[in-house]
Design a binder for this molecule. Structure first.
Ligand code: ZN
Ligand code: ZN
Length: 151
């Protein structure tokens, strides 16, 4: 199950688990130790290692062995798009289902990797372009032509 991020005619295959990592890293802002990342994402060390290796090959993250992981400039660009989806989905969940912000955050983390730009656009059309998500964090704007496909 792979989907594409297209930009400047460049195509990159990103798996669902890689998307979860990118979205997390963007929201985390600073570099993070692999052990901490593993705990937050609740995944096995070996699985995380191979996913990080893939992201490093795609030049989306910088990873110092036995050290910390952080997004590259290219990684930040793609991840801000995922986080945009994440926060618009939170807005959608809170507004339509009236669930708590913390639950909306949790559910949004799960569905962000499978949501397409098309779906997100429908939400934006319904609720308008908002500055902030229900938690009060800024919803990143996208620049250029960038589209993320669903599953
Ligand atoms: Zn999008
Ligand atoms: Zn939020």
């Amino acid at each position: 199950m792979k989907s594409l991020i297209l930009e400047d005619d460049q195509q990159i295959d990103i798996s669902i688990n890689e998307k979860i990592i990118l979205d997390f890293l963007y929201r985390w802002i600073r570099p993070i130790r692999v052990g901490d990342l593993k705990d937050y994402l609740n995944v096995k060390h070996s699985t995380l290692n191979s996913q990080l290796q893939n992201l490093e090959e795609k030049q989306l993250i910088r990873w110092k062995r036995y050290g910390s992981v952080e997004l590259t400039e290219k990684g930040k660009k793609y991840s801000s798009h995922l986080t945009r989806h994440h926060r618009i989905l939170e807005l959608f969940l809170v507004e339509t289902l009236s669930i708590s912000i913390s639950e909306a955050h949790e559910i949004s983390t799960e569905i962000t990797p499978v949501a397409s730009c098309k779906f997100i656009q429908h939400i934006v059309q319904r609720f308008g372009e908002q500055e902030k998500c229900p938690c009060g964090n800024e919803i990143p704007k996208i620049e250029g032509k960038c589209s993320i496909g669903g599953v």
